[in-house]
Design a protein around this ligand. Sequence first.
Ligand SMILES: Nc1nc2c(ncn2[C@@H]2O[C@H](COP(=O)(O)OP(=O)(O)OP(=O)(O)O)[C@@H](O)[C@H]2O)c(=O)[nH]1
Length: 389
Amino acid sequence: MAVIAMKDLQFNALEWLNLMPEAAVVHDSVGIVAVNAIAEPLLLASGVLDQLRCIRQEGRISFRSSHSHLQLNMASSRLPGRDAWLTLMTPLSSPSHHYQQLVDRNPCAFMVHRRFKPLFANPAFARLFDFASVEQVLELDSLRRIIGEAHWPEAQRNYDTLMASGTLGKTQVVEHHTINGRSLHAHLVDFVLMWDGEPAVCTVVSNVSKEVRQLEKLRALALTDPLTGLSNRRHFFDYSEPYLVRALEQGGGLALILMDIDHFKEINDRFGHPFGDRVLGQFGQRLVNLVEEEALAARIGGEEFALLMPLRTDQCVQEVAECLCRQVGWTQTEQGQEVRVAVSVGATAWRGNQDRLTDMYLRADKALYQAKAEGRNRSCSTEPVLVES
Ligand SMILES: Nc1nc2c(ncn2[C@@H]2O[C@H](COP(=O)(O)OP(=O)(O)OP(=O)(O)O)[C@@H](O)[C@H]2O)c(=O)[nH]1
């Protein structure tokens, strides 16, 4: 592959060209940016550069023309967000044979036209989507089944945009299901080609299921406190919104409860940091066991925990806080000595639609401070407030 000029490092023209097993040229308002090896000799032939200039000057998008000597079919796609074009040159004769080659030479590809009617597919595509053969793919009237109902409206919109603009489809990662219902994540790159005088779409597919799973794992790790397995501070504050929305929509109550283990420094000092770590882990476990599943429990600091939980109409925040305070602590023996793990608790209830989590946090923190000041191992809550209906 020869690169004539690369004006912008972010511009992934080379990547695009790598996907094209046929003659492909990327050009912008100044000139040719990149070509692949198959297109290079074609550019030397008289007339081809003029055709490309025409595309630029007239601002035409997808078009088809043939050069008398070379009998080329030139279809241009505008690169998303760029004043640049990708032109594919295909022999005018035997397009069917040519497109079959196009999909066959790609690691995994298919071509559709008119509402996702499959025209060509390669064996890797058939295998990836659990088809018995390429023929089975081509028997379908539409790829709707593997696109999936959830993604179908968006896929149709993308297809229409692609047809109307001739623009290269945005690369995207989409969850699909195989014909056997197996879920997989695929990275798709679409480009427009001419088929039987009409635009059609060729899509190059990469199976990125493994990468997506790894990303999901990493995301979960980034949101989890490793010591307790609870949500971490970031997740707690980022994930609070659905709780507030639900309280607002359903008019229910919501409690924010902060808990801070008493004299934790002393526990560390007496029994060592690893023991302190075990206490934190145990505390997290006890907390999860005490609350219902829909509660969001998090470790938001060293020995500070938070709980965001819906309140039933028969529950009042003071009682919930008091109950937790009594039940979450415990006594155990370590190195022949008694260890008492107790907490101070500060709690508040949501006060209606102007009340944000940050407001609630300030109030609960104040109540927690009060519980510490009054002697620890107790709960305090903000004064009873009527929850707005
Ligand atoms: N083992 C362990 N200790 C931690 C961790 N994070 C914070 N700490 C310790 O937690 C202790 C908190 O001490 P303080 O803020 O003085 O609070 P306290 O001793 O619990 O006193 P009060 O909160 O006033 O009852 C400090 O000694 C920290 O080093 C952790 O991940 N593991």
